[in-house]
Each structure stands twice: as structure tokens, then as C-alpha cells.
Design a protein around this ligand. Structure first.
Ligand code: LMR
Length: 327
């Protein structure tokens, strides 16, 4: 009788110690925006669903607002596996692939629905794999929204921007876009934007409503032109080697969660931006200028030469595919 009892006891011990030694996989997810924005909410929803469905197996730590890494070093940290997931805007990948610059071309996409269609088609899906040589794998596209121009003075026509310095993300396309307007640019990390505008280092910027609102940029930019001139979207990325080292069953569950989060982020992004637009308007701190179709056309014409300039770099086929998604 003694033997089976001993055997059972040692089995229980083995099980307990197996559980203790199986540490959960830790995913550090770092980003640069507030938790009230589409990306901030998406990161938190990802963490919540992983906690519900993969408790004890995977732990997600979210670091918002550039608290762990900022624009200057987060992609390097991802490649070093110091963080495992990020969702930088497309412009931030400039050093790794030129193809993603398509997303920054001014007036290419009419609205977020068009962006959606492009991302779902083969050219868009293919771009998720464009940085694997750099140990970066694309998992999904997350929307923020269309960008608006803000400045210390009203911008109604393209010539109003001449000579004003604009903060831009680190993108050659965005530099060229403002170059077309005769406006100098400074590439600054997102965490520095408020200070640069408040101190007058730069006089203008381009952001979706949620970023303007969450950074309180409207308190230092008295005029915001509802230009919808380009899109600010994200690619959810992971360290490639880390991602494919995750046991298959767990990775499939993570991918299912990512699909659900992506659906929610992209469904809510536009409404969230509109709510933030309303709050900016009600704050009375900045005046929102809407453009007539003739004024909007003038901005489009002024910025459009950038397409030709970047066609050889991005690829004519990718630009044509993006153009076709507008109705
Ligand atoms: C910016 O730098 O303006 C944006 O990319 C920030 C963000 O992540 O939305």
C-alpha cells in the first residue's frame, strides 16, 4: 500500500514544481501616447484579454507615454528584445523600409475606410512582412485617424504656412510635404512636441484629434485647420525571433486576441477622434477652421508633387494600389 501513495505524492510534487518553474512569458508593450487614445486603449485591451485567457502563461506589461522607451530608442529596444511589442506610426519605420512611406503621402487616402481597404488587400498585407530582415514582424494595422494642421496663425490656404516651422515625425515624405509649402521642419520625438510648440521652437504641427487633445496641444496652437490631409496609422509589431519562439498554441491564442483588439481599435478610432474634436471645440482654447472644397483642393494641389518625388522610392505599384481604394 505504501508504494502507490509514495508514487502519488512524488507525482504531485513533480506537478507543483513544474508549475512553479514554468514562468509566464512576459510581453513588454511600450508606446508613446496617452491611454485615452486609440493605441493606448488597444494596448490595455490586449493586456486585459491576455490576462483573461492566458493567465499564468503570458503576462503583458504596458508602458504608455514614452515612460519606458520613446521614439528615439523604442525600435532599437524591440530589436534587442528589451521590449517585445510596439505600435509605432508608419513614419517611424522610415529607417527600416521605404515602402511604408506610402501611408504618409498627403491626400492619398480619402478617409480611414479607404485606409482599411488598402490594408486588407494583398499589397497592404504584404507590407506587414517588409521588415522581417530587421527582426521586426508586423502583426496588425491599428488606426489613429486623419491628421489636422495646427499653428499659431490661421492656415486657410497653402501659402499661409510659408515660413512657419513645423514639427514632423522622422519621415522624408513629411519633410517634403512641408517643403512644398515653403515651411521648414524639425523632426522631434512625440514626447517633445508640446514643449516645442509652447516655447515657440516650432509654430505648427500635424496630428489627429486624439493626439492634439491628449497632449493638450490646442492650448498652445490657437488655430487648427480641419485638413484631413493624411493619415496617422500604426503597425503593431513584435520582435520576430521572440514571436516565433512562443509555443504554437499560445501564439495562436495571442493572434486571436490581436484580431479582436484590432477590430475594436479600428471600429472605435474615428468616433474617439470625433469626440476629442468636440472636446477641443468646447474648450474654447483653439479655433477650428473648416475648409471649403476649393480651399481643400488648393492644399491638395500644393502637396501632391510629393507623390511623384517618392514614386521611385515607394514603388509605383504600391501607390497605384493605394489610389484604387478610394471611391
Ligand atoms: C507622432 O509622433 O506624432 C505620433 O506618431 C505619435 C503616435 O504614436 O501617435
Amino acid at each position: 500500500m505504501i508504494k502507490p501513495i509514495l508514487l502519488m505524492a512524488s507525482c504531485v510534487l513533480a506537478l507543483v514544481s513544474a508549475n512553479v518553474s514554468a514562468d509566464p512569458i512576459v510581453i513588454k508593450f511600450s508606446h508613446v501616447v496617452a491611454e485615452t487614445t486609440p493605441k493606448g486603449k488597444g494596448a490595455l485591451m490586449f493586456k486585459r484579454l491576455v490576462e483573461e485567457r492566458l493567465a499564468g502563461e503570458v503576462r503583458v506589461e504596458v508602458y504608455p507615454n514614452s515612460t519606458l522607451y520613446g521614439d528615439a530608442n523604442e525600435l532599437q529596444a524591440l530589436q534587442n528584445n528589451d521590449v517585445q511589442m510596439l505600435a509605432p506610426s508608419m513614419a517611424k519605420f522610415d529607417a527600416y523600409t521605404k515602402q511604408l512611406q506610402v501611408f504618409d503621402l498627403p491626400f492619398l487616402f480619402d478617409d480611414l475606410e479607404a485606409v482599411n481597404r488598402f490594408q486588407k488587400r494583398s499589397q497592404g498585407r504584404h507590407l506587414l512582412r517588409s521588415m522581417e530582415d530587421h527582426n521586426i514582424t508586423g502583426l496588425a494595422y491599428w488606426h489613429n485617424g486623419m491628421k489636422q494642421l495646427s499653428a499659431t496663425q490661421p492656415l486657410r490656404r497653402p501659402e499661409d504656412a510659408r515660413g512657419l516651422a513645423f514639427r514632423i515625425q522622422p519621415s522624408a515624405v513629411l519633410e517634403a510635404q512641408f517643403g512644398q509649402l515653403g515651411a521648414p521642419t524639425q523632426k522631434l520625438p512625440f514626447a517633445k512636441v508640446y514643449q516645442a510648440l509652447a516655447s515657440g521652437t516650432v509654430q505648427g504641427a500635424e496630428n489627429p484629434w486624439s493626439n492634439i487633445h491628449s497632449q493638450n496641444l490646442h492650448s498652445v496652437q490657437p488655430y487648427i485647420t480641419e485638413s484631413n490631409h493624411g493619415v496617422l496609422d500604426y503597425m503593431l509589431v513584435a520582435n520576430n525571433r521572440f514571436w516565433y519562439s512562443i509555443p504554437h498554441r499560445v501564439r495562436v491564442e495571442l493572434e486571436t486576441i490581436i484580431d479582436e483588439v484590432t477590430y475594436e481599435v479600428n471600429k472605435e478610432a474615428e468616433a474617439l477622434n470625433q469626440a476629442h474634436r468636440e472636446q477641443i471645440m468646447r474648450s474654447g482654447k483653439a479655433q477650428i477652421l473648416t475648409l471649403s472644397s476649393e480651399e481643400r483642393m488648393a492644399w491638395r494641389e500644393a502637396m501632391r508633387p510629393v507623390w511623384k518625388q517618392f514614386e521611385p522610392v515607394i514603388g509605383a505599384d504600391i501607390i497605384r494600389a493605394a489610389e484604387r481604394v478610394n471611391h
